[in-house]
Design a protein around this ligand. Structure first.
Ligand code: RET
Length: 281
């Protein structure tokens, strides 16, 4: 029987590592990456089409939300064509019944393109939510800063060396940053959204809850796949694919369609920023 686990720092294994093995995406994983690429392209086209009939003064959510799916499409194109992936050395312990444990030299595909995507798209998703609730600039910037710390330290965790404090240390720091973000969104979001009236407040409560549930699934998938390596690379690709489609195209569609029929959600920005030269409405 074999089991996987992290390598203890001490004692150093005396048994020679087994020959090199790889944990790679199969055709299922690669096909999934292509499917999500196509979904993100379609979502980008739909979101920009939805913005055509909307005057610039009410188009801010469309612009931000289209950027989110465009960035995701670019990232998925990269991953589907084999870019944005590194082979990270992960030693896997193999226990045997009568002989000492051996340590297989395993290299696993880690898609760092995700973190580039997330570092750009999660601040934009937060911006959508902060604008919806009407959260002030200071609290919005804190939430976005915590979000950036979460994604960057999550990237460091993904490339942390097993058996050292690196991996789970960075993961813990990322989780603390996530809690800061959740705190800002929940506490300040509800406070500001109530000031915008019961309609906006109810909608914000629903879409923010949807977001928090989805976002909390990411560190869980990470823990099972990148952290303890219990999930295959394919399973990881498929899990993130489902979450990404819900967190970007579905989230975006919900936001834009609700915005269209609920004028109270509009972001009150005056002057040139909102109205341009005035000719677009
Ligand atoms: C990591 C690992 C470290 C701990 C935490 C994480 C959280 C990631 C999140 C990602 C959200 C991504 C979204 C993508 C858009 O489609 C980096 C996985 C807390 C919350 C919403």
């Amino acid at each position: 029987p074999t089991s996987t686990g992290s390598v203890p720092l001490d004692p150093v294994p005396t048994v020679k590592p087994d020959p090199t093995e790889y944990q790679l995406a199969s055709d299922d994983g690669k096909r999934t990456l292509w499917v999500v690429f196509v979904i993100m392209v379609i979502a980008s086209v739909v979101f920009s089409a939805l913005s055509w009939s909307v005057p610039m003064s009410r188009r801010l959510y469309h612009v931000i939300t289209t950027m989110i799916t465009v960035i995701a499409a670019i990232s998925y194109f990269g991953m589907a064509t084999g870019h944005g992936v590194a082979y990270h050395h992960v030693q896997v312990r193999e226990s045997h019944s009568h002989v000492p444990d051996t340590y297989a030299d395993v290299y696993r595909e880690v898609y760092w393109a995700r973190y580039v995507d997330w570092s750009l798209t999660t601040p934009l998703l937060l911006l959508d939510l902060c604008l919806l609730a009407g959260i002030d600039g200071g609290h919005t910037i804190i939430a976005i800063a915590a979000d950036l710390i979460m994604i960057l330290t999550g990237l460091f965790a993904a490339f942390g060396t097993e058996g050292t404090p690196q991996k789970w240390g960075w993961y813990a720091i990322a989780c603390i940053a996530y809690l800061v973000l959740v705190w800002h969104l929940a506490v300040h979001g509800n406070r500001f959204a109530s000031a915008k009236g019961s309609k906006v407040s109810k909608f914000f409560g629903a879409i923010a809850t949807f977001t928090l549930i989805l976002w909390t699934a990411y560190p869980i998938v990470w823990g099972v796949a990148d952290g303890s390596r219990k999930a295959s690379v394919d399973a990881e690709i498929i899990a993130y694919a489902i979450l990404d489609v819900l967190a970007k195209p579905i989230f975006g569609l919900w936001l834009l369609l609700t915005h269209a029929k609920m004028p109270e959600t509009n972001v009150e920005i005056g002057g040139y920023w909102a109205h341009g030269l005035g000719s677009e409405g």
